[in-house]
Structure formats: structure tokens, C-alpha cells
Design a binder for this molecule. Structure first.
Ligand code: APR
Length: 257
């Protein structure tokens, strides 16, 4: 358990306060304390049920109607993930990052999570590189709509703007990252001079490339993770523990400066 007096926590707060453009990259570990299981490592969905098929996007494009029928009647691991997503609320880690943005230190937040919890906690400049499970996205005009705003009478659902086919905004395996989001992430990473990498195994691209880009520029990467990750050896500081416990302490020290 990291205490406020912990040397590495104080050092991390100092580096973050000195930086000019702090960007956070978050992963599933951020939402474990909101009772959403991670994908890999202990308690991970893929650890329990095995890695999912890598062609979800191709299967959707081959038969959007059938894919939507499966989405609306989830089976296996997706049932567990779906009910966790529906019940989840932001935890103190999400709230701490929203505070860090409000007080001007955190400039942008890139998340691999589809759970909408950063927005729910009050973060504003959020880039959802794997999409948002509460939204659907039009494959024709790329407009995004709250799921409850569209009709699922007919499958696949149609875009209220252009009548194009709607897909979950969640980025499926095999699906290109929507260019508007990817460009936003690249712009924020190019301005970043200190990256906080929180609750991610840092294995899935293109998100995993952002901290490596920051390191190649000679800037610090600070990790918060319950266990060691592939990135740990290259991080200037790796704070070991739960993000929901460490982030509030880190933000408290930063706000006191
Ligand atoms: N606090 C901090 N870190 C935690 C916590 C916690 N309470 N619990 C787990 N972790 C860490 C784990 O040690 C692991 O490094 O969070 C990380 C979770 O890793 P993954 O499950 O691989 O999640 P993520 O990195 O977000 O996966 C990336 O893979 O399956 C795809 O699209 C999916 O967005 C996901 C992507």
C-alpha cells in the first residue's frame, strides 16, 4: 500500500508538476475497482475464457444483421462483461484524473476503455481509442449516437442522419481505429512531455506505441499498475498498487504544490 509519504509517489508528483503537457493513457486496470474485470492477468476475461476471435470486425461486415443479433443476445464472456459495464460507476481513480484535468495539469486522457467512466467522472478531453460501448457509430458518415437514441426494431439499425448501417462504437478486433480519434491521439502524444500510463498491460497497438514514442523523445513515462507490465522496465517510475488508491494520493500531493 503506497502512502502519501512514499518517496516514489512524491518524486512522481514532482515530475508531473514540472511537466508542460501531461497526457494519461489508461487501460482496463483503471476500471477494476469499478468491478469491470480486466482482460489479461489475474481475473482477466481472456485469462478465464481464452483470447477472443481476432476477426470480429470482418464477421460484422460479412453479416451486420447476424452480428447485431449476437450483440443483443450476448453469450459466454460477453454476458459477464456486459453486466459489469451496465452496473459500473466511476471509482476514486477516475475522479482523481478528472480533478487533475480541472486544475490544469492533465491536458488529455487517452483511454483504451469502452466503459464511459472517465466522462462519467467529469473528464472532458477524453480520446476513446477503442470506442465507447454506450454509443453506436455510422459506418457511412461516422456520426455517433447514444444507443438509446436509435431504433433496434430493424437490424442492423440505421443511421438517423444518413440511413447508413450503424455498428457499436466499440472498436472490434480487426477494425481500423476511427481516423478522427486516432488523429486526436497522435496530436496529443506529439505535444506530450510526460505520460502517465495507468492500468494497462501496454501490449495492444496502436495505444501501446504512444508511451514508446514519449520515451524515444527522452521524456518521462510514469506507470501506475498493480503488477509489472511490459513497459515497467522502461518507466522512470512505476508505482505498484491499485489506481483507485494511488491516483487520489498523487493528485492530492500535486494540488498542494
Ligand atoms: N490498478 C492498477 N492496475 C491494475 C489494477 C488496478 N486495480 N488491476 C489490474 N491492473 C493492471 C494489470 O496488471 C494489467 O497490466 O491493469 C492491466 C490490465 O491489462 P489488460 O487486461 O490487458 O487491459 P488493457 O491493457 O486495457 O488491454 C488493452 O486489449 O483486449 C483488448 O480492447 C481490449 O482495450 C483492451 C486492450
Amino acid at each position: 500500500m503506497i502512502e502519501k509519504e512514499d518517496k516514489s509517489l512524491i518524486e512522481a508528483a514532482e515530475i508531473i508538476s514540472q511537466a508542460g503537457y501531461v497526457v494519461a493513457l489508461t487501460g482496463a486496470g483503471m476500471s477494476v475497482e469499478s468491478k469491470i474485470p480486466p482482460f489479461r492477468g489475474p481475473g482477466g476475461i481472456w485469462t478465464k475464457y481464452g483470447e477472443p476471435p481476432m476477426d470480429g470486425y470482418q464477421r460484422f461486415m460479412a453479416d451486420p444483421k447476424k452480428a447485431w443479433e449476437e450483440t443483443l443476445n450476448p453469450k459466454g464472456p460477453m454476458v459477464e462483461l456486459r453486466s459489469a459495464l451496465e452496473a459500473a460507476v466511476p471509482n476514486p481513480g477516475h475522479v482523481a484524473l478528472a480533478e487533475l484535468e480541472k486544475e490544469g495539469t492533465l491536458k488529455a486522457l487517452i483511454t483504451q476503455n469502452i466503459d464511459n467512466l472517465h466522462y462519467a467522472a467529469g473528464s472532458a478531453n477524453v480520446l476513446e481509442i477503442h470506442g465507447n460501448a454506450t454509443l453506436v457509430r455510422c459506418l457511412n458518415c461516422n456520426s455517433r449516437h447514444k444507443r438509446e437514441e436509435v431504433s433496434f426494431e430493424e437490424l442492423p439499425p440505421k443511421c438517423p442522419q444518413c440511413a447508413g448501417i450503424l455498428k457499436s462504437d466499440t472498436v472490434f478486433f480487426g477494425e481500423p481505429i476511427p481516423t478522427d480519434v486516432l488523429q486526436g491521439c497522435q496530436e496529443e502524444s506529439s505535444k506530450c512531455d510526460c505520460m502517465l500510463v495507468i492500468g494497462t498491460s501496454a501490449m495492444v497497438y496502436p495505444a501501446a506505441a504512444f508511451p514508446q514514442h514519449i520515451l524515444r523523445q527522452g521524456y518521462p513515462v510514469i506507470e501506475i499498475n498493480l503488477y509489472e507490465s511490459e513497459l515497467t522496465p522502461r518507466c522512470l517510475i512505476s508505482l505498484r498498487g491499485r489506481s483507485g488508491e494511488i491516483l487520489p494520493k498523487l493528485v492530492e500531493i500535486i494540488k498542494e504544490k
